[in-house]
Design a binder for this molecule. Structure first.
Ligand code: NAD
Length: 257
Protein backbone atom coordinates (compact mmCIF):
# COMPACT_ATOMS: atom_id res chain seq x y z
CA UNK A 1 0.00 0.00 0.00
CA UNK A 2 1.27 3.46 -0.77
CA UNK A 3 1.75 6.05 1.95
CA UNK A 4 -0.10 8.76 0.07
CA UNK A 5 -3.02 7.67 -2.06
CA UNK A 6 -2.64 9.55 -5.32
CA UNK A 7 -4.74 7.19 -7.40
CA UNK A 8 -6.85 9.16 -9.84
CA UNK A 9 -4.46 12.13 -9.76
CA UNK A 10 -2.42 13.36 -12.70
CA UNK A 11 1.06 14.80 -12.12
CA UNK A 12 3.39 16.73 -14.40
CA UNK A 13 7.07 16.63 -13.42
CA UNK A 14 9.43 18.83 -15.42
CA UNK A 15 13.00 17.63 -15.74
CA UNK A 16 11.68 14.20 -14.86
CA UNK A 17 14.23 12.12 -16.75
CA UNK A 18 17.05 12.31 -14.21
CA UNK A 19 18.23 13.40 -10.78
CA UNK A 20 15.71 14.84 -8.36
CA UNK A 21 12.97 14.97 -11.01
CA UNK A 22 13.39 11.29 -11.72
CA UNK A 23 13.12 10.52 -8.01
CA UNK A 24 9.94 12.60 -7.81
CA UNK A 25 8.39 11.04 -10.92
CA UNK A 26 9.08 7.52 -9.69
CA UNK A 27 7.77 8.27 -6.20
CA UNK A 28 4.54 9.88 -7.44
CA UNK A 29 4.11 6.93 -9.80
CA UNK A 30 4.44 4.52 -6.86
CA UNK A 31 1.74 6.51 -5.05
CA UNK A 32 -0.65 5.85 -7.93
CA UNK A 33 -0.58 9.15 -9.84
CA UNK A 34 -0.49 9.17 -13.63
CA UNK A 35 2.87 10.84 -14.26
CA UNK A 36 3.83 12.97 -17.25
CA UNK A 37 7.62 12.75 -17.29
CA UNK A 38 8.73 15.94 -19.05
CA UNK A 39 12.26 15.97 -20.44
CA UNK A 40 14.39 18.31 -22.48
CA UNK A 41 16.51 16.18 -24.78
CA UNK A 42 17.17 12.71 -23.39
CA UNK A 43 14.19 10.70 -24.64
CA UNK A 44 15.83 7.39 -23.78
CA UNK A 45 16.29 8.43 -20.15
CA UNK A 46 12.67 9.61 -19.92
CA UNK A 47 11.48 6.32 -21.44
CA UNK A 48 13.49 4.47 -18.81
CA UNK A 49 11.74 6.40 -16.02
CA UNK A 50 8.37 5.62 -17.61
CA UNK A 51 9.38 1.96 -17.80
CA UNK A 52 10.36 1.87 -14.11
CA UNK A 53 7.05 3.45 -13.09
CA UNK A 54 5.11 0.95 -15.20
CA UNK A 55 7.10 -1.98 -13.78
CA UNK A 56 6.12 -0.75 -10.32
CA UNK A 57 2.48 -0.96 -11.36
CA UNK A 58 2.03 2.73 -12.15
CA UNK A 59 1.07 4.77 -15.20
CA UNK A 60 3.35 7.25 -16.92
CA UNK A 61 4.27 8.76 -20.24
CA UNK A 62 7.18 10.82 -21.51
CA UNK A 63 6.66 14.37 -22.72
CA UNK A 64 9.27 16.33 -24.65
CA UNK A 65 9.48 19.86 -23.26
CA UNK A 66 12.58 21.93 -23.75
CA UNK A 67 12.25 25.04 -21.60
CA UNK A 68 13.92 28.43 -21.71
CA UNK A 69 12.33 30.15 -24.69
CA UNK A 70 9.17 32.18 -25.16
CA UNK A 71 6.30 29.83 -25.94
CA UNK A 72 7.90 26.86 -24.17
CA UNK A 73 5.15 26.50 -21.57
CA UNK A 74 2.31 26.77 -24.07
CA UNK A 75 4.02 24.12 -26.21
CA UNK A 76 4.42 21.84 -23.18
CA UNK A 77 0.69 21.97 -22.45
CA UNK A 78 -0.22 21.35 -26.09
CA UNK A 79 1.95 18.22 -26.03
CA UNK A 80 0.41 17.26 -22.68
CA UNK A 81 -3.14 17.64 -24.01
CA UNK A 82 -2.32 15.44 -26.98
CA UNK A 83 -1.22 12.59 -24.67
CA UNK A 84 -3.15 12.78 -21.43
CA UNK A 85 -6.56 11.54 -22.51
CA UNK A 86 -5.03 8.18 -23.42
CA UNK A 87 -4.16 7.77 -19.73
CA UNK A 88 -6.72 9.90 -17.92
CA UNK A 89 -9.99 10.45 -19.78
CA UNK A 90 -11.12 14.04 -19.40
CA UNK A 91 -7.57 15.36 -19.23
CA UNK A 92 -6.48 17.97 -16.72
CA UNK A 93 -3.76 17.93 -14.11
CA UNK A 94 -3.73 17.79 -10.30
CA UNK A 95 -0.06 18.18 -9.43
CA UNK A 96 2.47 20.40 -11.20
CA UNK A 97 6.07 19.91 -10.10
CA UNK A 98 8.35 22.62 -11.44
CA UNK A 99 11.60 20.73 -11.01
CA UNK A 100 13.59 21.44 -14.18
CA UNK A 101 16.39 23.83 -13.42
CA UNK A 102 19.75 24.91 -14.71
CA UNK A 103 22.82 25.69 -12.64
CA UNK A 104 25.13 28.62 -13.23
CA UNK A 105 28.51 28.95 -11.59
CA UNK A 106 29.58 32.58 -11.63
CA UNK A 107 30.45 35.41 -9.30
CA UNK A 108 28.95 38.78 -10.13
CA UNK A 109 32.30 39.96 -11.48
CA UNK A 110 32.23 37.39 -14.30
CA UNK A 111 28.46 37.20 -14.88
CA UNK A 112 27.25 37.89 -18.43
CA UNK A 113 23.80 39.21 -19.29
CA UNK A 114 23.25 36.25 -21.63
CA UNK A 115 23.96 33.70 -18.90
CA UNK A 116 21.77 35.64 -16.45
CA UNK A 117 18.84 35.68 -18.89
CA UNK A 118 19.27 31.99 -19.74
CA UNK A 119 19.19 30.79 -16.13
CA UNK A 120 16.20 33.00 -15.29
CA UNK A 121 14.39 31.70 -18.39
CA UNK A 122 14.59 28.09 -17.20
CA UNK A 123 14.42 28.53 -13.43
CA UNK A 124 11.89 31.36 -13.16
CA UNK A 125 10.09 32.20 -16.39
CA UNK A 126 9.31 28.57 -17.22
CA UNK A 127 7.66 27.79 -13.84
CA UNK A 128 5.67 31.06 -14.04
CA UNK A 129 4.31 30.28 -17.49
CA UNK A 130 3.85 26.56 -16.95
CA UNK A 131 1.45 27.46 -14.17
CA UNK A 132 0.02 30.44 -16.09
CA UNK A 133 -0.86 28.28 -19.10
CA UNK A 134 -1.81 25.34 -16.91
CA UNK A 135 -4.38 27.27 -14.85
CA UNK A 136 -7.35 26.07 -16.88
CA UNK A 137 -6.11 22.49 -16.71
CA UNK A 138 -5.20 22.49 -13.01
CA UNK A 139 -8.08 21.07 -11.02
CA UNK A 140 -9.42 22.75 -7.88
CA UNK A 141 -7.74 21.21 -4.83
CA UNK A 142 -4.57 20.71 -6.86
CA UNK A 143 -0.91 21.23 -6.04
CA UNK A 144 1.91 23.35 -7.37
CA UNK A 145 5.31 22.27 -6.04
CA UNK A 146 8.38 24.29 -6.98
CA UNK A 147 11.86 22.84 -6.54
CA UNK A 148 13.82 25.72 -5.16
CA UNK A 149 17.20 25.59 -3.41
CA UNK A 150 18.70 26.22 -0.01
CA UNK A 151 20.92 28.62 -1.95
CA UNK A 152 18.02 31.11 -1.92
CA UNK A 153 18.81 31.82 1.74
CA UNK A 154 22.34 30.46 2.33
CA UNK A 155 24.89 32.82 0.79
CA UNK A 156 27.16 31.16 -1.76
CA UNK A 157 28.82 33.86 -3.86
CA UNK A 158 29.86 31.69 -6.83
CA UNK A 159 26.22 31.01 -7.71
CA UNK A 160 24.88 34.52 -7.29
CA UNK A 161 22.45 34.50 -10.25
CA UNK A 162 21.31 30.90 -9.65
CA UNK A 163 20.56 31.79 -6.02
CA UNK A 164 18.53 34.79 -7.18
CA UNK A 165 16.43 32.56 -9.47
CA UNK A 166 15.49 30.42 -6.50
CA UNK A 167 14.72 33.48 -4.39
CA UNK A 168 12.38 34.60 -7.15
CA UNK A 169 10.82 31.13 -7.29
CA UNK A 170 10.16 31.19 -3.54
CA UNK A 171 8.46 34.55 -3.87
CA UNK A 172 6.36 33.13 -6.71
CA UNK A 173 5.36 30.32 -4.34
CA UNK A 174 4.31 32.79 -1.67
CA UNK A 175 2.23 35.03 -3.90
CA UNK A 176 0.76 32.27 -6.05
CA UNK A 177 -0.47 30.48 -2.92
CA UNK A 178 -2.56 33.56 -2.15
CA UNK A 179 -3.89 33.73 -5.72
CA UNK A 180 -4.82 30.05 -5.96
CA UNK A 181 -5.93 29.54 -2.35
CA UNK A 182 -9.60 30.27 -3.11
CA UNK A 183 -9.56 27.26 -5.44
CA UNK A 184 -8.14 25.00 -2.71
CA UNK A 185 -4.88 24.73 -4.61
CA UNK A 186 -1.74 24.69 -2.46
CA UNK A 187 1.59 26.07 -3.63
CA UNK A 188 4.85 25.21 -1.93
CA UNK A 189 8.58 25.17 -2.54
CA UNK A 190 10.98 22.44 -1.53
CA UNK A 191 14.50 23.77 -1.06
CA UNK A 192 17.16 21.06 -1.31
CA UNK A 193 20.72 21.41 -0.10
CA UNK A 194 23.49 19.55 -1.92
CA UNK A 195 22.02 16.48 -3.60
CA UNK A 196 24.07 13.94 -5.52
CA UNK A 197 22.88 14.61 -9.08
CA UNK A 198 24.35 15.59 -12.44
CA UNK A 199 24.02 19.29 -11.63
CA UNK A 200 26.86 18.82 -9.12
CA UNK A 201 28.76 16.11 -11.01
CA UNK A 202 31.63 18.36 -12.10
CA UNK A 203 32.83 19.19 -8.64
CA UNK A 204 31.32 16.49 -6.42
CA UNK A 205 31.47 13.05 -7.99
CA UNK A 206 34.66 11.07 -7.63
CA UNK A 207 36.27 13.70 -5.41
CA UNK A 208 36.37 12.35 -1.86
CA UNK A 209 37.52 15.66 -0.38
CA UNK A 210 34.73 17.61 -2.10
CA UNK A 211 32.18 15.06 -0.97
CA UNK A 212 33.44 15.23 2.61
CA UNK A 213 33.26 19.03 2.52
CA UNK A 214 29.75 18.96 1.07
CA UNK A 215 28.59 16.41 3.65
CA UNK A 216 30.01 18.48 6.50
CA UNK A 217 27.76 21.42 5.51
CA UNK A 218 24.69 19.43 6.58
CA UNK A 219 23.86 18.94 10.25
CA UNK A 220 23.04 15.35 9.29
CA UNK A 221 26.56 14.91 7.92
CA UNK A 222 25.92 13.59 4.44
CA UNK A 223 25.12 14.64 0.89
CA UNK A 224 21.43 14.28 0.04
CA UNK A 225 19.89 11.83 -2.42
CA UNK A 226 17.01 12.45 -4.85
CA UNK A 227 14.72 10.31 -2.68
CA UNK A 228 15.23 12.70 0.25
CA UNK A 229 13.52 15.39 -1.82
CA UNK A 230 10.99 13.10 -3.54
CA UNK A 231 9.59 11.97 -0.19
CA UNK A 232 8.78 15.57 0.76
CA UNK A 233 7.20 16.19 -2.62
CA UNK A 234 5.02 13.09 -2.18
CA UNK A 235 3.76 14.52 1.12
CA UNK A 236 3.07 17.91 -0.49
CA UNK A 237 1.23 16.20 -3.34
CA UNK A 238 -1.00 14.33 -0.92
CA UNK A 239 -4.09 15.30 1.02
CA UNK A 240 -2.05 15.08 4.24
CA UNK A 241 -0.48 18.45 3.34
CA UNK A 242 -3.81 20.21 2.72
CA UNK A 243 -3.15 22.92 5.36
CA UNK A 244 0.38 23.68 4.11
CA UNK A 245 0.65 26.42 1.52
CA UNK A 246 2.81 29.38 0.56
CA UNK A 247 5.82 27.95 2.32
CA UNK A 248 9.35 26.81 1.60
CA UNK A 249 10.25 23.43 3.08
CA UNK A 250 13.94 23.11 3.84
CA UNK A 251 15.38 19.86 2.50
CA UNK A 252 19.02 20.58 3.24
CA UNK A 253 19.72 18.09 6.03
CA UNK A 254 20.28 21.13 8.22
CA UNK A 255 22.77 23.06 6.09
CA UNK A 256 23.33 26.56 7.39
CA UNK A 257 22.54 25.62 10.98
P1 NAD B 1 19.95 17.64 -12.89
O1 NAD B 1 20.89 18.48 -13.66
O2 NAD B 1 20.18 16.19 -12.79
O3 NAD B 1 18.46 17.84 -13.36
C1 NAD B 1 17.99 19.04 -13.90
C2 NAD B 1 16.80 18.71 -14.74
O4 NAD B 1 16.33 19.91 -15.33
C3 NAD B 1 17.17 17.74 -15.88
O5 NAD B 1 16.16 16.80 -16.05
C4 NAD B 1 17.27 18.65 -17.07
O6 NAD B 1 16.98 18.03 -18.29
C5 NAD B 1 16.22 19.70 -16.72
N1 NAD B 1 16.49 20.91 -17.45
C6 NAD B 1 17.58 21.72 -17.37
N2 NAD B 1 17.52 22.68 -18.31
C7 NAD B 1 16.37 22.46 -19.00
C8 NAD B 1 15.74 23.10 -20.09
N3 NAD B 1 16.29 24.15 -20.69
N4 NAD B 1 14.56 22.61 -20.52
C9 NAD B 1 13.97 21.56 -19.93
N5 NAD B 1 14.52 20.90 -18.90
C10 NAD B 1 15.71 21.35 -18.44
O7 NAD B 1 19.95 18.29 -11.43
P2 NAD B 1 18.95 18.11 -10.20
O8 NAD B 1 19.79 18.28 -9.01
O9 NAD B 1 18.14 16.89 -10.34
O10 NAD B 1 18.05 19.40 -10.34
C11 NAD B 1 16.64 19.37 -10.19
C12 NAD B 1 16.18 20.65 -9.51
O11 NAD B 1 16.69 20.68 -8.18
C13 NAD B 1 16.69 21.94 -10.18
O12 NAD B 1 15.66 22.90 -10.18
C14 NAD B 1 17.81 22.37 -9.28
O13 NAD B 1 18.02 23.76 -9.33
C15 NAD B 1 17.28 21.93 -7.93
N6 NAD B 1 18.30 21.78 -6.88
C16 NAD B 1 19.28 20.85 -6.98
C17 NAD B 1 20.21 20.75 -5.96
C18 NAD B 1 21.33 19.74 -6.00
O14 NAD B 1 22.26 19.87 -5.18
N7 NAD B 1 21.30 18.75 -6.85
C19 NAD B 1 20.14 21.59 -4.86
C20 NAD B 1 19.13 22.53 -4.80
C21 NAD B 1 18.20 22.61 -5.81
Amino acid sequence: MSAYALEGKVALVTGGSRGIGRGIAERLGREGAVVAVAYARDAAAADEVVEVIRKNGGTAFALRAELGTHGDAAALWEAFDAEITAYAPGGGVDIIVNNAGAGLYSELSSLTEEAFDAVFAVNVRAPFFIVRHGLDRLRDGGRVINISSGAARIAMPNIIAYSATKGALDNFTLTLAKELGPRGITVNSVAPGIIDTDINADWLRGDAEAEKGAASLAALGRVGQPGDVADIVAFLASDDSRWVTGTVIDATGGSGL
